[in-house]
Every structure is written in structure tokens, then in C-alpha cells.
Design a protein around this ligand. Sequence first.
Ligand SMILES: NC(=O)c1ccc[n+]([C@@H]2O[C@H](COP(=O)([O-])OP(=O)(O)OC[C@H]3O[C@@H](n4cnc5c(N)ncnc54)[C@H](OP(=O)(O)O)[C@@H]3O)[C@@H](O)[C@H]2O)c1
Length: 330
Amino acid sequence: MPQSMRAVEISEPGGPEVLTPVTRPVPQPGAGRIVIRVDWAGVNRPDALQRAGAYAPPPGASDLPGLEASGTVAAVGAGVAQWQVGDRVCALLPGGGYAEFAETDAAHALPVPDGMSLREAACLPETFFTVWSNVFDRGGLQAGERFLVHGGSSGIGTVAIQLAHALGVRVFATAGSAEKCAACERLGAERAINYREEDFEEILGAEGGANLILDMVGGDYIPRNVRTLAPDGRLVMIAFLGGPKAELNFAQVMAKRLTLTGSTLRPQSDLAKARIAENLLAHAWPLLTAGRVAPVMDSEFPLEEAAQAHARMETSSHIGKIVLKVAGGA
Ligand SMILES: NC(=O)c1ccc[n+]([C@@H]2O[C@H](COP(=O)([O-])OP(=O)(O)OC[C@H]3O[C@@H](n4cnc5c(N)ncnc54)[C@H](OP(=O)(O)O)[C@@H]3O)[C@@H](O)[C@H]2O)c1
């Protein structure tokens, strides 16, 4: 392995322009860990939060942005039995994906699904880990239930719609334009709701309410979500793009026996993430291999143009995932 590598760092908290190409030392794998030669890195909204100074890397993690990548295993640490140098993988990272080499826990890597390109595989880890752990593990979504996902055209939303639809769930989604709504319906939502023109409370209310809502908006959506939930419904919060505070009538929580919960992925233990990876391999990877679920690709940028990638994400004009081309293997 070389001594140094190309990377993009956050020079100081700020807008996309603080993403700066640099040269850094290549990481070495600790015990139980691997180093990946990165071909493609996924871009996620939490990267923009970190760039703005609002989402610090956990202790011990790389300060470079980048929560997911695909490529080949370049080095394995002591005690790693499941991977060999040269294996094609995609992996959840504690940080450091915007670079030619990235280090992670060996148990947080998954094989590139048969027939899938490394470009698409780079988009899988952050969204699939987040959706599986929040919607199916935490939210307990079951076949036949009504599921409402806000931000349906986001990287997270496009995966949530497809996985839920493939597992026999009735899916409803909100999005901010007719084009985004059409994309949600193509992915398997039976009804996409343009929130600028329609009221999700009314539409779900006519169906008997939602059994599960996945929300990344918060703010005034919180009381509206609670009113929209069916008896025994669950609300899972994964972000607060519209703000974290709301006034809520908790009598509705009691009367309908609701569960209000949420989580963030990054600070969870290595063991918790390894368990999510096992579940994904067992339940979601067969759907990817069969072509029943696929990442929705929005656009790609060279690593050095990470700032332009963030600018595109923050205009919210994208549908699906944005990737950075680091080396560019297929
Ligand atoms: N908890 C976790 O572990 C975890 C993990 C990963 C991501 N996340 C969060 O999940 C969310 C989705 O992530 P992503 O990477 O899929 O993001 P993304 O692709 O950038 O999508 C965010 C979408 O939210 C919609 N939106 C609704 N209200 C918004 C508002 N007030 N401001 C900005 N956008 C708004 C936008 O589409 P419209 O046109 O429809 O408004 C936008 O496309 C992010 O907030 C991210 O931080 C949480």
C-alpha cells in the first residue's frame, strides 16, 4: 500500500466550499478491522451536517467526511477471517470515505451484491443500515401494514419505499414536487403525496391512519404525525430538517397506545452495527441480488468536486443518491 493518499477534508465548519482536497497518510487496519481501497464513496446528508460543525465524528473515527464506500479490501488487521485482500466490498464507515483508502470494522463490510456495480454498491451501506434498523428492527414494520415515509425521494426514502414494498407493506410517501412523487410511485409507493399541495393527515386518515411513520422532518410534522398514526402506531424520528421542537398533545399518545422513538446510526456500538449487517445480509441482500430492490442513482462527481456534490444535495433537487468517483472501478 502507498504511504499517502488523496482525500477531501473539512478545513473549517462552513458551507460546501470548506471541503478541501488534501494529501493524507493511508490508514492502517487495527485488530478486527480492514482497509478498503475506495472506488466510490456515497454522499449523505449527515456529511453536510458534519461539514457545518453539527455532527462530530465519534471518538477514534477519522475526521474526514464519508460514511460509506465501495472498493476492494487492501489490508486486513489481526483476527479478520471473513475478508481477504482483493475482495469486493461495500462498507459502513465511522468516517473517512472521502479518500482513496478507508478503514472500518470488518463486520461492517458486506459483499457487493452479485451483478451490481461498485458505483451502485457505494450507495448501499448508510441508507440500508439506517432504514433496516429504524423501520424493521425498531419500528417493527410488518407485511400488510400502512407505512408513511416522509422525504420519499431522499436517499433514505427511496430505500425505505422499495424495501417495505418488496416485503408486502402498503407504502405512502411525501415529497416536494410532482417529479419526486412520480419517482416514489415508480419505486413502489401506492400513493405519493406532494406536501406542497396535499395534506398527508387527510390522505392517511381516509385509509385508517399509518401503522408506522419514518420522519426526517420533525417540527410541525411531529403533532401531525401523532394525529396520523393508527392505534398502536409507531413514529420513528431519524432527523429534524424542519426543527427538533414541537408542541404535542400526549393524550393522543396514551389513547392510541403510540410509540414515539428514533435513533442515529453513527454513535451506536460496533456490535450493534455488526448485528444490523447480519440482518441486511440475510433479508435485504437477496432482494438486491434478485433485482427487486436497487439504489436510485442521482449523480456522480469526482472526489475533488465534493463541494459541488454537497451543493447539489443541499438544493434538494436530487432524487436518490449522489456518489463521489474516487478511483472509478466498475
Ligand atoms: N438517524 C440516522 O441514523 C440517519 C442516518 C442517515 C441519514 N439520516 C437523516 O435522514 C435524512 C435523509 O438523509 P439522506 O442522505 O437520504 O438525505 P437527502 O437525500 O438529502 O434527502 C433529504 C430530503 O428531505 C426532504 N425535505 C423535507 N423537508 C425538508 C426540509 N425542511 N429541509 C430540507 N429537506 C427537506 C427533501 O426533499 P423534498 O423536496 O421532498 O422536501 C430532501 O430531498 C437526513 O436528514 C439525514 O440527516 C439520519
